[in-house]
Design a protein around this ligand. Structure first.
Ligand code: 3HC
Length: 297
């Protein structure tokens, strides 16, 4: 290594559950962070939710008020992407899982960010070569894929596209270590990467058992928690990560392979059609009250 710049500042694009928590993880680790979203309301919601999560840490004694204050002092929000907000060493995109939106965003980011900044997507649905297809900076592009909830989950997958440079991979992996996470390196891209492919196999079996009428989804979750030691069952986890996210990622896999076994499950498609997307809409497999606590099946 390396003529790659060291990473001190980060722009996170997209202030949903993932983007906002990724931004907070970076700020807590000492990075200067800009959190961008086209919606000012989404930014306000993100900061309010982060503030209450951080307050809980202070109340539990797992962080001091001074640490949290200085992290928030390093975190700036903006609803515009211009040269000043893009003056960073690393961009992490965590916007909606739509390929055309991501491609357009990266065309803008490539134009506005410094010529040696690393461009990364948190996408779980699209591999680097698909998102970066129209960029000149394909050597500076990779996926840096966090897990939900990003403040807590230690694994971060770093995915090399066919044209990602060694310097970009090394800098991305070093960054993941510096924010206290465990980098899992993929040397070759594959849809779903590693953890989601394994999770998907479990989820597929769980949904097949449910759709076959063998057991209720609550009992399948119970078996996973009490027999296999999972912190959450697959249906509870779908509600946490968003039913739509799994649905889109499965639809993408089906589009890539054409294999009907990869198509989204009937019961999952029905929830998406009804708009029951999990905790974020108050109802998915389970029903949630306003505080996000499970209120029933
Ligand atoms: N957001 C942020 N932090 C959260 C959270 C959330 N939604 N839910 C819980 N936490 C934090 C709590 O604040 C607490 O933090 P602290 O230790 O600093 O106080 C810590 O997590 C533990 O929380 P609790 O004691 O309340 O609850 P649990 O011990 O049951 O843990 C859990 C909650 C961490 C969510 C645990 O149930 C778990 O690990 N579940 C599985 C999550 C998982 O598998 N994630 C991967 C999903 S796949 C994915 O993300 C793919 C992507 O492509 C979409």
């Amino acid at each position: 290594m390396s003529d790659q710049r060291s990473i001190d500042s980060v722009l996170v694009v997209g202030a949903g559950a993932m983007g906002s928590q990724i931004a907070m993880v970076c700020a807590l680790s000492g990075y200067d962070v800009v959190l961008n979203d086209i919606s000012g309301e989404a930014l306000d919601r993100a900061v309010a939710s982060l503030r209450s999560r951080m307050q809980r840490k202070i109340d539990k004694g797992t962080a001091s008020p001074a640490e949290i204050d200085s992290a928030f002092a390093r975190l700036r929000t903006t609803d515009v992407l211009e040269e000043e907000s893009c003056e960073v060493d690393l961009v992490i995109e965590a916007a909606i899982e739509k390929l055309d939106v991501k491609r357009e965003l990266f065309a803008t980011l490539e134009r506005l960010a410094p010529a040696d900044a690393i461009l990364a997507s948190n996408s779980s649905s699209f591999v680097p070569s698909a998102i970066a297809a129209r960029l000149d900076a394909r050597d500076r592009f990779c996926n840096i894929h966090f897990f939900n909830p990003a403040l807590v989950m230690r694994c971060v997958e770093v995915i090399r596209g066919p044209e990602t440079s060694d310097d970009t991979m090394a800098a991305a992996i070093d960054f993941v270590r510096r924010i206290g996470k465990e980098p899992v390196q993929l040397d070759k891209e594959i849809t779903g990467f590693v953890a989601n492919r394994i999770l998907d196999a479990v989820r597929t079996e769980a949904v097949a058992l449910y759709e076959g009428g063998y057991a209720s989804f609550e009992d399948i979750d119970l078996a996973c928690r009490t027999a296999l030691g999972y912190p959450m069952g697959p249906f509870e986890l779908m509600d946490l990560t968003g039913i739509d996210i799994g649905y889109y990622s499965r639809s993408q896999r089906f589009a890539d392979s054409g294999d009907p076994a990869d198509a989204p499950a009937r019961s999952v498609a029905a929830l998406v059609e009804r708009g029951d997307l999990g905790r974020k809409t108050g109802r998915g497999w389970y029903v949630y009250d306003e505080s996000g606590t499970k209120a029933g099946p």
